[in-house]
Design a protein around this ligand. Sequence first.
Ligand code: ZN
Length: 163
Amino acid sequence: MVKIGARLKARKDGDQMVLKPRTDVGFGQRAVELPKQIEMHIGQFLCPFCLHAGTIGSFLIQLKKGFSSSRGRCPECDNGFMLESLTKRMTPEQFAQWVYEYPFYYYWKKCAWLLFNQRLKKIGWSYRFWKAYKACKEEDRGESYEEHMMKEQEEWARERGYI
Ligand SMILES: [Zn+2]
């Protein structure tokens, strides 16, 4: 009787793990549900700072009880951002405006510049992005904006002794 009882109990516990997972301690991935507003998003998303491409799950921040429903983090460059910024479908022009409106100083310091530029070219956004970005900026410095940003980024790196 004892043996059977123990076996039944084990089976019951086993069932419970599946049917009623305890999210506070976590029994693997199935215990944690995606936040309602983002669970419908499938496919690839681009990190707004380095353009790393990944599924929504790779950008989620694990909290004690599930995932953050408002903030995400890039697994590659480790920058944090609002999930809304990640999942919003943007044209190159809208993205340029988003970058421009992001507190300037901070965006370009967070941005993995060379990688960002390479990937921007790869997805065919370079021309439209920089054109729109330049349009956001009223002044024309007489050099392409890409060149200008390259210089600024270099200056910043030099200041910190990176190069
Ligand atoms: Zn990134």
